[in-house]
Design a protein around this ligand. Sequence first.
Ligand SMILES: O=c1[nH]cnc2c(O)c(F)c(-c3ccc(F)cc3)c(-c3ccc(F)cc3)c12
Ligand SMILES: [Mg+2]
Length: 208
Amino acid sequence: TRSTRPQRLLKAVQKNATRGDPQSVISAIDHFCRHSEWAMNIGDEKVVNELNPEKVLELGTYCGYSTVRIARLLPPGARLITLEFNGDYAAIARQVIAWAGLEDKVQLVEGASEDWIPRMKEHFGIETFDLVFLDHWKDRYLPDTKLMEDCGLLRKGTVLLADNVICPGVPDYLQYVRNSLSYKSCYFKSHLEYTKAEDGLEKSVFLG
Ligand SMILES: O=c1[nH]cnc2c(O)c(F)c(-c3ccc(F)cc3)c(-c3ccc(F)cc3)c12
Ligand SMILES: [Mg+2]
């Protein structure tokens, strides 16, 4: 049967990127998405870099592109936990992360965010996160944010970074973080990855 897009993306990484070189993995995926097939990676334009997180949670791994983008910048000892619901995506992402040589910094967990968020403390020994990147399913952004609050995983200063707040859009989440007294929120206008359509990131700091 015909290969899947994630499988073709992985082949492009293994063909064009250097093992152990995260930047070459990112460039290979960007090239694949610009010149071969669009894929829902956050892309090379939507960027927020002034953060220095030690403990990062990523909701939605897909093929591991943003995982590599974030993990390559983590200092020794810092950790990124990434949750992926789709087993096929998770299998590809594991190989992309390994090709980048970042498996020591990244823990990829296959399963539903709502099942794993309540288990972060007892299963991973994580008290609170410094950064949460929301890039999974638009209908889960708000409930998972409330669940993280209820599980005590957010501390004063934790940054929530949400992709696709315009396209496809997450109106209920935006309304919440922009109107809640518990968040300081701001919008980073950009474009839908590899296209001219508007999209952007919402950065929301939890105030405790
Ligand atoms: O679902 C997503 N999760 C995370 N990031 C995403 C992302 O960065 C995207 F650009 C898109 C997107 C947006 C526009 C479009 F035309 C196609 C896909 C999606 C998405 C939206 C609706 C779906 F039915 C399927 C995929 C996602
Ligand atoms: Mg996205």
